[in-house]
Design a protein around this ligand. Structure first.
Ligand code: ZN
Length: 216
């Protein structure tokens, strides 16, 4: 683990040398603009970096990270990232990426106040309450935490589909899939939860927007 601030800049110089020796035009292409196909909404946890775990490079993934990969409808930062990536960059896939052993999820399962962050974690407690019957049947704390991580990802995928940004894209025929994914910090595996959604046909009526038909 790196502890020296200075080391980051030494590593940066080495990275530039390595990258340009592999691909002399890499930074010319990088500097000319971005057209990523993926938006990654992940946890801030240092162990779950989007590019490294997917073997991708700068330019491949647009990223928003917060504690416990939440999609909160009043979060202007998340909404701005979503709007820009869908409507300007035209990403085709939005991935909500949770991870087992998530400190935010574990803190939300407990009853100890931890400060300002309690206000953020309360949204995860709401997810717990929605799935209380299933979760209360799990005795093992780790298994319970793992399942809440998965359920939390599923709820955040659902939260994305509720937004006017996503529903508007769908109503105009824009190709846009929302995926739920969990990263296993013990094995390095990224697992798709099989809950991908690409339209609002199965959405509860109350969340559906009647978007104006696209102008032709
Ligand atoms: Zn986390």
């Amino acid at each position: 683990m790196i502890r020296s601030y200075k080391k980051l800049f030494e590593n940066n110089k080495k990275w530039i040398t390595d990258t340009t020796s592999r691909d002399p035009k890499f930074f010319d292409v990088l500097g000319s603009g971005q057209s990523p196909q993926f938006l990654w909404i992940g946890c801030s946890d240092s162990r779950v970096p989007a590019n490294e775990v997917t073997g991708t490079l700068p330019g491949d993934i647009f990223v928003h990270r917060n504690i416990a990969n939440m999609v909160i409808h009043t979060d202007m930062s998340m909404l701005s990232v979503l709007d820009y990536s869908v409507n300007v960059l035209g990403v085709k896939h939005v991935m909500v990426v949770g991870h087992y052993g998530c400190g935010g999820v574990n803190a939300a399962m407990g009853n100890k106040p931890v400060g300002l962050i309690d206000n953020w974690l309360r949204h995860i407690k709401d997810v717990y309450r929605l799935h209380e019957q299933e979760l209360d049947l799990i005795d093992d704390p780790k298994a319970k935490s793992d399942r809440l991580v998965e359920l939390n990802v599923a709820e955040q995928v659902f939260n994305l589909t509720k937004t006017s940004i996503v529903q508007n894209a769908w109503s105009t025929g824009q190709e846009l899939l929302i995926h739920g994914v969990v990263f296993d910090i013990h094995t390095g595996e990224l697992n798709d939860l099989g809950i991908s959604v690409g339209d609002n046909s199965k959405m509860d009526y109350v969340y559906k927007f009647d978007m104006a038909p696209a102008l032709t």
